[in-house]
Design a binder for this molecule. Structure first.
Ligand code: SF4
Ligand code: SF4
Length: 307
């Protein structure tokens, strides 16, 4: 385990595929916050605090500042955030900051010009899509169109000497092994009720232990990449490999959904396109790996080959 994610409040912002529907504030107790920090210290975990959209009491800030950490929160929560969550592109960007936008495919497509314009004005932009499991062929085609458009824009930025970062297109350039979310394996979440969860998406339905009784993850090995027979052979290394989506779509935490695989392979293909377009402009991307062209979008279609 490497990370402890602490949800500071029931209304802490979502920074991933799940929605937060809770509207009533419930702050983690100060004792549980202190116990969470102590747990992280004993287990040598990096803490990521996830903020709600209001200012925390001073005594909470003191506990938070007592340990090294990362802050994730909504843009208007009043903190100096490491990862700023936004739901539109109408914010004033700071070029040393990392932003995360969450939304559905229609919103993404309608904002594509704003996204392209904002990239050189921020340190990095992460895009997280919230409706992937509803996508069919039409949506895959639209997403491919978006990715191809962004590949063109990013290649042009590279040509101008600006190494912009957009997770879904540029991450795959510089990684040569799986770089997934790894919830339940490398990270665990502490929620305001004092219980642990595989990730924030599982709160409050399914806990895996508590501060009081310890962390108890049943069948822990199932969250590991080496026990995911399809993913461990895949090379869409930027894929989140979302355990939560897997459970919702295949009822199995290490069996991926068709939708997630196609989305990740469309991104992988668009990264190949970006490499090609940059090459045509005479741009060498620092630390970039070559990416083999492949002719499938879902690894399920080539299982025979892998066998
Ligand atoms: S694309 Fe599919 S097989 Fe590959 S890592 Fe993602 S979920 Fe696993
Ligand atoms: S399992 Fe990981 S990728 Fe999926 S919702 Fe949870 S944190 Fe996000």
């Amino acid at each position: 385990m490497t990370y402890l994610i602490i949800l500071l409040d029931d209304t802490s912002v979502s920074y991933c595929h799940y929605d937060v529907k809770r509207q009533e504030r419930k702050l983690i107790s100060l004792d549980d916050l202190k116990a969470g920090v102590l747990f992280a210290m004993k287990e040598n975990l990096n803490i990521q605090f996830v903020y709600p959209n209001y200012v925390l009491p001073e005594e909470y800030k003191d506990v938070i500042e007592s340990i090294d950490h990362t802050k994730i929160g909504p843009i208007s929560c009043g903190e100096d955030l490491d990862l700023i969550v936004v739901d539109s592109f109408d914010f004033v960007p700071y070029n040393e900051k990392t932003y995360l936008w969450r939304g559905n495919l229609d919103e993404l497509i309608s904002e594509q010009e704003k996204i392209a314009n904002i990239l050189p004005k921020v340190s990095r932009l992460n895009v997280v899509l919230t409706d992937i499991l509803k996508w069919k062929e039409k949506e895959f085609v639209s997403y491919k169109g978006f990715l191809d458009y962004m590949a063109l824009q990013i290649a042009e930025y590279y040509h101008m000497g600006n190494s912009v970062q957009l997770n879904i297109l540029t991450d795959r350039l510089t990684i040569d092994k799986m770089n997934n979310c790894s919830a339940g394996d490398k990270s665990i979440t502490l929620a305001p009720d004092g219980n642990f969860y595989i990730c924030p998406a599982f709160y409050p339905d399914k806990n895996v232990g508590s501060l009081k009784n310890g962390l108890v993850i049943p069948n822990k090995h199932l969250y590991r990449l080496d026990h995911a027979p399809i993913c461990r052979k895949c090379d869409a290394y930027q894929c989140r490999r979302c355990i939560w989506m897997n459970l919702r779509s295949t009822l199995d935490c290490n069996t991926p959904s068709h939708e997630q695989c196609v989305v990740s392979h469309l991104e992988r293909k668009a990264t190949c396109l970006l490499l090609r377009l940059a090459g045509e402009k005479g741009v060498t991307i620092e630390n970039a790996y070559g990416i083999e062209e492949i002719d499938y979008l879902d690894p399920f279609n080539i299982l025979n080959k892998w066998n």
